[in-house]
Write a protein that binds this ligand. Structure first.
Ligand code: NAD
Ligand code: UDP
Ligand code: UDP
Length: 335
């Protein structure tokens, strides 16, 4: 009579996970612009259960109305600066206001969200053994002295400026991610997101694409902030979501730039919006805000090589999709 020793018992959580058919995914900030599009994509996979936590500071339940009541979906009002106890397999950590007017509105809260909020999500990832993805930002490069920016560049950031709550906050969040990875073996992914646009952006959030489109629809002058020669690169939200999921599912921790390398000056963007949406609209120049980066364009070599990802939607194809959504919400149909 031979007895073989059984393998060691996995922890109850691991055991449960082994038999669990569904992948349980937490999206922090899932009621926001990028988060809600990410939820749409994740929900398309019937193996996913999606839990959103959001404090609705800049996000809205309206962005998720299509999923409320769905058996694989759960929405929880929660502020991530408070601890969170749930059981999940993956965490997409997006919660943080992204528009300068909102993140500057309560800068101390922005820092807390980035630092304490990220610490809590890492503590959660550690406790349940989940993989966690942070949506960092191109703002970690500050007003960059190299162009285009690749991930090896350490940035040129003002630590005491009005934007610092956001860009230094994200830099600390990245540091925390790597320290939890090195110290506790947490599986991490870091995306450095460049300017993203698309439907569901807050209409009056002050960002340039949303401002210009709303202004063109309302027949108000397009406000180009001086000098107007500063550049940005705009990624359509479906491309962004695709990049984030590839990063989460891939083997590389990052940081990896995710953005569209097509670079435009703000004057060029205004001309394009004018031509496409309202040729009669005026373009005016107005004062800028402090520490505005003069140029920004992602080097996406790493995303191409490691994730097989590159953006597909050109600015001229994405703008009309956003215009449709803005016209519906503002209540001014195309003439
Ligand atoms: P958003 O403001 O639309 O979404 C952020 C969401 O987080 C909102 O729903 C908001 O209510 C929620 N939130 C904020 N603080 C919270 C807190 N303390 N607790 C719980 N929820 C909180 O912004 P977005 O454009 O969707 O950006 C999502 C993420 O992507 C952010 O982390 C942002 O820093 C990053 N990002 C965005 C861009 C961009 O161009 N949109 C560029 C770079 C990085
Ligand atoms: N945390 C959380 N949910 C969890 C586990 C931890 O919100 O499931 C929070 C916890 O309250 C703490 C932070 O995450 O503030 C960091 O947790 P960790 O265990 O790494 O550190 P410690 O609690 O030992 O300071
Ligand atoms: N900008 C502009 N007009 C506006 C809003 C913004 O010209 O009505 C400019 C702003 O000066 C900056 C660029 O657009 O150079 C992008 O600003 P945004 O706030 O959209 O994003 P950022 O990249 O600065 O986070």
């Amino acid at each position: 009579h031979v007895t073989t020793k059984p393998p060691p018992e996995p922890s109850p959580l691991r055991k449960a996970k082994f038999f669990q058919a569904n992948m349980r995914i937490l999206v922090t900030g899932g009621a926001g612009f990028i988060g809600s599009h990410l939820v749409d994509k994740l929900m398309q996979n019937e193996k996913n259960e999606v839990i959103v936590v959001d404090n609705y500071f800049t996000g809205s339940k309206d962005n998720l109305s299509q999923w409320i009541g769905h058996p694989r979906f759960e929405l929880k009002r929660h502020d991530i600066t408070e601890p969170l106890l749930i059981e999940v397999d993956q965490i997409y950590h997006l919660a943080c206001p992204a528009s300068p007017i909102f993140y500057k509105y309560n800068p101390v809260k922005t820092i807390k969200t980035n630092v304490i909020g990220t610490l809590n999500m890492l503590g959660l990832a550690k406790r349940v053994g989940a993989r966690i993805l942070l949506t960092s930002t191109s703002e970690v490069y500050g007003d960059p002295l190299v162009h285009p920016q690749d991930e090896t560049y350490w940035g040129n950031v003002n630590p005491i400026g009005v934007r610092s709550c956001y860009d230094e906050g994200k830099r600390v969040a990245e540091t925390l991610m790597f320290d939890y990875h090195r110290q506790h073996g947490i599986e991490i992914r870091i995306a450095r997101i460049f300017n993203t646009y698309g439907p569901r952006m807050n209409i009056d959030d002050g960002r340039v694409v949303s401002n210009f489109i709303a202004q063109a629809i309302r027949d108000e002058p397009l406000t180009v902030q001086l000098p107007g020669t500063q550049t940005r690169s705009f990624c359509y939200v479906s491309d962004m979501v695709d990049g984030l999921i590839r990063l989460m599912e891939g083997d590389n921790a990052g940081p990896i730039n995710i953005g569209n390398p097509g670079e435009f000056t703000m004057l060029e963007l205004a001309e394009t919006v004018k031509e496409m949406i309202n040729p009669a609209v005026k373009i005016i120049t107005v004062e800028n805000t402090p520490d505005d980066p003069r140029q920004r364009k992602p080097d996406i070599t790493k995303a191409k090589e490691l994730l097989g990802w590159e953006p597909k939607v050109k600015l001229r194809d994405g703008l009309p999709l956003m215009e449709d959504d803005f016209r519906k919400r503002i209540g001014i149909p195309r003439k």
